[in-house]
Design a protein around this ligand. Sequence first.
Ligand code: GRF
Length: 198
Amino acid sequence: MKRVAILISGGGSNMVKLVESMTGDHPARAVIVGSNDPHAGGLAKAAAMGVPTFAVDHRAYKGDRAAFEAALIEPILAAQPDILCLAGFMRILTPDFVQRFEGRMLNIHPSLLPKYPGLHTHQRAIEAGDAEAGASVHLVTPELDAGPILGQAVVPVLPDDTPDQLAARVLVQEHRLYPEVLRRFALGDQTPVSLTAA
Ligand code: GRF
């Protein structure tokens, strides 16, 4: 049984779907949910599902990224995870941290990578006049939003979409994509998952 740690920064809707997916004959179980924000709404959701949680407030480290990560990594290593999933985790991790988990750390990013790494992905897709948008799950490497793609979900961009409307359409697909990618990854299968909007 693979042990999965999940890091969040906010509501944790992707984390909820991941935790809910890891039941029955699923090859993995969530062993801890952590956040850089003690007030992240997802922490209460994880606790309600019986998953241990922790928070390390990045604001207490005032930009000392290494000190923040030294505190962050302790409860993660204590949980002895096989896989680390970033799910709406909004802090950039240093290469040192990434290398501790490289090859077994996943992230979901709300664009069809390699398009639109970074922030404001939906606004950028709309402004570019793209006909399609979506989400990508990738292995985390030291370069931001740049690792090997493990899965993508594609949605249409509609003519009068606002960024929020597109984000909501993409989020529905994120909730299908990430659990499917994690299940395969936990089985050692890195064949990319390709989903189109149902
Ligand atoms: C989602 O758009 C996800 O793609 C991005 O963070 C947003 C919120 O995720 N990484 P969640 O609801 O906190 O899982």
